[in-house]
Design a protein around this ligand. Sequence first.
Ligand code: MN
Length: 225
Amino acid sequence: MTRRDVIRGAAALAAAKALAQPAAPFTLPALPYAPSALEPYIDTQTMEIHHDKHHKAYVDNLNKAVAAHPELANRKLDQLLRDLPNVPESIRVTVRNNGGGHWNHSLFWQTLGKPKDGPSGKLATAVEKSFGSREAFEGKLQAAGLTAFGSGWVWVMPQGGGLAIETSPNQDTPIMSGREPLFGIDVWEHAYYLKYQNRRIEYLSAVMHVLNWDFLAQRYLGMAG
Ligand code: MN
C-alpha cells in the first residue's frame, strides 16, 4: 500500500463516516454544490425541490416521529435503520420511510457532482471484474433503473472484490439489512419528472454524466479495504 493509498483510504473513511448521521434531532445536510451544478443533466429546479422540499420532509417527519420517543433520543440514523424491529411499532413505518429517505438522499447528493473522468483505482478494477467495462456497468445500471417498478432505488453493492446491482422499493435501503451500499440512484419520479416527464431512461442516461467518480472511488477504497 502506497502513502497515496493510505491518504485516500483515510479520506474515504472520513467520507463514509460523514454518512453516519448524528443522533436526533436530525438535520438536512446542505447540498455539496450549487443546485445548478448538474445542468444540463439535472435541472436546477428539480435539485432545489428534491433537496429543499422532499429531503427536508423526510428529515422533518423522522424528527417528529422520534421526538415522541425519548428513549430513541441518542440513537443514530443508521442504528435506527439497522434495527427497525426494535423501533416502537407506532412509528416503525414512519422511521422506515423517512429515515430511509434521509439516509438515501444524504448519500445520493454526494454521489453526484460535476462531470468527472470515470472510475479509478480499486473501483475501476471492481467495475472491470464484475461488468467488463464502464460502459457495460452503466448499461446494467440503467437497465436496472428502467425495470424497477414504481418508486425506489437502484443500488451498487460492494461484493467479493467486485460490485453487484440490486433495487429496492420506496425508501428501503440496504442499511436495513446491515449492508452498506457504495451508492444508489433515486428512481422516484420526483427525481426527474420536471425535466424528463415519463422518460426515465433519459434521466438515467443523464445521471451517468454526473456521477462523482472521485467520491465513489474513495468511498469504495474505504469499504473494500
Ligand atoms: Mn428522491
